[in-house]
Design a protein around this ligand. Sequence first.
Ligand code: SAH
Ligand code: SF4
Length: 393
Amino acid sequence: MAYTLDLSAKPDTPSLVNITGLTRQGLVEALIASGVVEARKAKMRATQIWRWVHHYGFTDFDKMTDIAKDQRGPLAEKFTLARPEVVERQISQDGTRKWLIRMAPGIEVETVYIPDVGRSGALCVSSQVGCTLNCSFCHTGTQKLVRNLTAAEIVAQVQIARDDLEEWPSPKEDRKLSNIVFMGMGEPLYNLDSVSDAIDIISDNEGIAISRRRITVSTSGVVPELEALGNRTAAMLAISLHATNDDLRDMLVPLNKKYPLKELMAGIRNYPGISNARRVTFEYVMLKDVNDSPAEARALLGLLKGIPAKINLIPFNPWPGTNYQCSDWKTIERFAAILNKAGYASPIRTPRGRDILAACGQLKSESEKTRASELRKQDRVAPLPYGNLASGL
Ligand code: SAH
Ligand code: SF4
């Protein structure tokens, strides 16, 4: 899909309020404002609806058995619980699943589920359609920003994964989906209001109940928003570092010109709640002959000194038109060995879902290149039953 830059584009104003994106307090207020629920009963109703929506995953008011029948109809006239449409679903040989989700006409994002990551499986969610930040090694960065996703559209990605994994009602133990990472399309800190509301919803104990400690937000380094991220979400922080000096980082992550390494590292040191039990993850993409020398591994150690940190070495995932190459495996291992010796464990991130282009930095590229019909011909897409659901967000 080719997108054009239209910064005036806003989420469609739905005639019905989508409950999926309302925080608990937001739901109470919306119920009162709708006139369907009396103010004195709004908190109780909100608790009931919350459980049906976020614990049971229901999309139908008629199934909410503890809400009087004569109230379910009026609720459905003011509110919607509809999921957005899944237009493509792919499963990799390694079990990674990728969904292309149409939030509204022309508003499509990808979401990826990776089994055996985190406690038992991680969902990589998108926060924007496209990105403003043009990191030179990232394909999403070549796609202009179409718009921010709403909180409802972020939570819907989790709901769709849960639908497909058949994980409703929300289990307390033995979950397939245990972790959430904001590492899909977009820069989450340029959409902090929606990201923060979505995290409040996803982490609520009477709903999807994924603890804030299992939710990681990855940023390319929007320094002025770091403190607000920590204070508002208490999420785990991941930083896309990729270089140890400003000259190189300016080229790889152009945002570095605005917030250079010194400011970035100071911002990270001040991240609320940072401790040995809550370490910052540093992501470092391995680019052949660009940032992969032993001297750079040592410089990385110097930069991270005193910060409770984990390092994720990400083998570069190529995309059509890129001039970068992935470092040789031996080079990556040599780099990792230097970090390991200094006490940082297992830092190489195994590429997952490469056969369906679901790995880091590959998101969206395939859906631009090849349509679902073409992929189906290659037998790589299984149709899902959501196709006929209204895109109600
Ligand atoms: N915009 C945010 C989150 C999304 S990107 C950020 O930049 O942090 C998730 C991770 O994938 C980031 O660390 C990003 O730098 C990395 N990445 C992007 N393109 C990549 C590629 N082609 N190969 C490997 N990792 C890539
Ligand atoms: Fe945007 Fe992150 Fe890609 Fe940079 S790496 S272009 S910030 S999505």
